[in-house]
Write a protein that binds this ligand. Sequence first.
Ligand SMILES: NC(=O)c1ccc[n+]([C@@H]2O[C@H](COP(=O)([O-])OP(=O)(O)OC[C@H]3O[C@@H](n4cnc5c(N)ncnc54)[C@H](OP(=O)(O)O)[C@@H]3O)[C@@H](O)[C@H]2O)c1
Length: 164
Amino acid sequence: MMVSIIVAVGPQNEIGHNGALLWKLPEDLKNFKKITMDHHIIMGRKTFESIGKPLPGRTTVIISRQENYQVEGCLITNSLIKALEMADQNGEDEAMIIGGGEIYNHALSLADKIYYSKVDFEGEADTYFPKLNRENWTSSGKKLHPKTDKLLGWSYEVLYRNNK
Ligand SMILES: NC(=O)c1ccc[n+]([C@@H]2O[C@H](COP(=O)([O-])OP(=O)(O)OC[C@H]3O[C@@H](n4cnc5c(N)ncnc54)[C@H](OP(=O)(O)O)[C@@H]3O)[C@@H](O)[C@H]2O)c1
């Protein structure tokens, strides 16, 4: 089973503030939906609560240390490794780790692939993606989305781990 991360970062690796995302980019969200559809999406409890519900068409796996944490329609576990095992046992071919900061920290060394959006964001943040050593990753090529009157500029690429 392939292990993938999907993330959108700012220039300083910012990903969130006060439990929410930092920007609204409808095309990036559309891309997120397309990439994750029909897959297991694995996330920390705080990211789940910021989304607020299981996303249709996907199997939601929530990681929490709370013993009695339950959400109807979601799988719950207490570690990233167990979440990946659950996905594998369900026949998943590409598990999607969708955040947030705590979970990405664990996930980066396990990932084969990163769906990586970078947003020209300026502002306050309190949650970050871990530092990426670009020498370990090969890019599919960057697609640029220039700034418009209403939307921030951003880029999108897929990163593949070297020699794995
Ligand atoms: N830009 C992006 O692409 C993106 C993507 C996703 C999220 N975000 C943002 O990131 C922020 C949330 O990230 P976060 O770092 O605060 O929280 P998080 O990683 O979503 O969730 C943290 C929670 O996960 C559980 N957890 C973490 N490590 C664990 C471990 N080793 N074992 C068992 N459970 C573990 C704990 O849940 P319990 O407290 O229940 O034990 C912990 O409180 C939000 O602002 C969100 O909007 C941004």
